[in-house]
Design a protein around this ligand. Structure first.
Ligand SMILES: [Zn+2]
Ligand SMILES: [Zn+2]
Length: 380
């Protein structure tokens, strides 16, 4: 099928919109008419070629919401006309050992998360297009996806909210609910207050964390953090983060905030880079847990300087990808939180663009817009 898509002719090139050919959906695949795709910083990294070893034409966009247009052989979960979100996380088969252990991410019976080369997209000059971010691509009028990447979207949930749920929101919010497992009254800090960090703050507030401390170098993001539930903010450019955080957590714990017995019970790192991971680990109380969410290239994320002795009293460091969610268990809950006003996902959405204006949308995101929406088929 001939459709319009936004591609980069080579990684690092400017994005262009052109007609491409999309193959028919294969076995257990669904063709989705894309309504909205929100922009994630991973898309920008991928299109810049920062995800690694491929070149040639590439397509991105992985926060996808739309309508099922056609189903391939063997599809049972959806039918044409169903509203869905499409994400990089896969619903497991439910039968294999990892699934039975509640580890559906490691399901043995579904395709692993991956880029696809060749993808079902081809340029009209015959060049194969790589899917750079996901097994589906949202910067296009249509995409094919394995049915296990889909979760049905309730009729009252706008497509753009479905898109935001499909990665950005879940990555922060899910990290807090599924990894931190906060008990009411525990302290929480997040380093990095972009869309993921702010979603983590929403999760911490819902879980009853207090205080909720937001750390970022941009004051505008710290202001946003307060709106989403941060009780305190720290800007490392003008403040000593360690000192401030210990004071805040200490006073909340009924102490002086001096000495090193304090720190956040939970600390989520929502930005990439090794020095920031070390800082977050230091901000974490000696009994607490650091959860890594933001990341960049493998070689830039080694944590050689954590001493095993630091872990002896139970301090933990772990991570979370895509909120460690189970797709069809957690998304319906998040839709209900949204519907009832427990979380304000609308406030994460910044500016709206069309597919033809995607270059502008990506540039605006690079400048720091929280979460931009590309409206492709419509919002309702
Ligand atoms: Zn993403
Ligand atoms: Zn399985």
């Amino acid at each position: 099928m001939r459709i319009k898509a936004a591609i980069v002719p080579k990684m690092g090139d400017d994005i262009i919109v052109e007609e491409v050919e999309l193959a028919e959906p294969g076995e257990r695949e669904v063709r989705i008419k894309i309504m909205t795709c929100t922009i994630c910083h991973s898309d920008i990294h991928a299109l810049n070629g920062e995800h690694g070893a491929y070149d040639g034409p590439g397509i991105a966009g992985h926060e996808i919401a739309g309508i099922v247009d056609k189903i391939g052989a063997g599809v049972t979960y959806v039918k044409p006309g169903d509203r869905v979100l499409c994400t990089e996380i896969r619903q497991g088969c439910g039968h294999c050992k990892p699934c039975l252990l509640g580890q559906e991410w490691f399901c043995e019976n579904i395709p692993a998360m991956s880029f696809r080369v060749p993808s079902p997209y081809t340029r009209l000059n015959g060049e194969a297009i790589t899917q750079t971010c996901s097994g589906a691509s949202g910067f296009a009028e249509y995409t094919n996806a394995h049915e296990n990447m889909l979760c049905k979207l309730d009729d009252d949930i706008p497509f753009e909210i479905g898109s935001a749920l499909a990665c950005g929101f879940m990555s922060g919010f899910g990290a807090v609910l599924n990894r931190c497992k906060i008990k009411a009254g525990e302290s929480f800090a997040v380093v990095g207050c972009g869309g993921v960090g702010l979603s983590a703050i929403m999760g911490a507030r819902l879980a009853g964390a207090i205080p909720i401390i937001a750390v970022d170098v941009m004051d505008v993001k710290l202001e946003a953090a307060k709106k989403f539930g941060a009780t305190h903010t720290i800007n490392p450019k003008t403040q000593d983060v360690m000192e401030e955080l210990k004071k805040i957590t200490g006073v909340f714990a009924g102490g002086t905030g001096e000495g090193d017995a304090y720190g956040a019970d939970h600390c989520v790192v929502a930005v990439a880079g090794k020095p920031i991971k070390r800082l977050a680990f230091d901000l974490t109380a000696k009994w607490g847990q650091t959860v890594i969410v933001g990341h960049e290239l493998w070689e830039n994320e080694y944590l050689h300087d954590i001493n095993g002795m630091e872990l002896l009293f139970g301090k933990r460091i772990t991570g979370s990808v895509m909120g460690a969610i189970e797709l069809r268990r957690d998304i319906p809950v998040y839709m209900d939180y949204y519907r009832r006003g427990y979380v304000d996902i609308d406030a994460l959405l910044t500016n709206r663009f069309t597919l033809d204006n995607i270059k502008e949308a990506l540039e605006d995101s690079t400048r720091g817009a929280l979460k931009n929406v590309v409206i492709i088929g419509g919002t309702k």
